[in-house]
Design a protein around this ligand. Sequence first.
Ligand SMILES: [Zn+2]
Ligand SMILES: [Zn+2]
Length: 291
Amino acid sequence: MKAVCWQGANKVEVETVPDPKIINPGDAVIRITSTAICGSDLHLYDGFIPTMEQGDILGHEFMGEVVEVGSEVKRIKVGDRVVNPFPIACGHCFFCKQTLTSLCDNTNPNAFMAEALMGYSPSGIFGYSHMLGGYAGGQAEYARVPHADVGLYKIPNGLTDEQVLFLSDIFPTGYMAAENCDIKPGHVVAIWGCGPVAQFAIRSAFLLGAERVIAIDRVPERLQMAKDGGAEVLNFEQVDVGEALKEMTGGRGPDAVMDAVGMESHGLGLEGFYDKAKQAVGSAQDVMIEK
Ligand SMILES: [Zn+2]
Ligand SMILES: [Zn+2]
């Protein structure tokens, strides 16, 4: 099959690689029909995430049709259309039982590497370095999905790929940011950044009862999209954001704020992160960092 493969910092290539196979009885193989590029893929592309290896298949936001299932898969059937969430969860560990599936204790065999860098390890994640499990990603024609019965979400009939693809990551990511704001009726919420996650966060904030959402960016198309979603907008190149927010809220400021700006866009501080990452996992044999 064809797949998007990481070749080193700032270089990805479409390569021909072996098709994925069922390895464990809980696996499914899906034929990818749609996949997305995440803002987080930029961190891989730009070389900020250690433990990538040449040839690793990228992509953690994907959906498709199930073409094969392992002998223990019960809920998911061949032919199902499914969306795949980016964390891999076993469904029966301490964290999974509390629905904290992104903390699954069983799916990252390289947790010690992630712990060296971040203190704690999340679950395994598709297409996102060896310190997060070394799983092949979904920017490919096919992908193997472990614990298929746990993660895969069956798509109700009649919905198009475009209507459901973003359930794989950015819609729940934006929704959770809004949820964390503990929005009450009448609240004013400000959002830094108007990229894709922020667009979902804006709409989620309204869904959760915000009265006003103020969205901040400098890219006209993004600001327009925020407006179309009902937000008031500020261009940070044209106004003093702090002053403007106070002025728009009777001097009090917003009730809650969200930062939806990607790591690279912050500009400063990346060198520090890079050095820390390199030190933290430098001892692992298969670490490969190119800058
Ligand atoms: Zn993502
Ligand atoms: Zn688990």
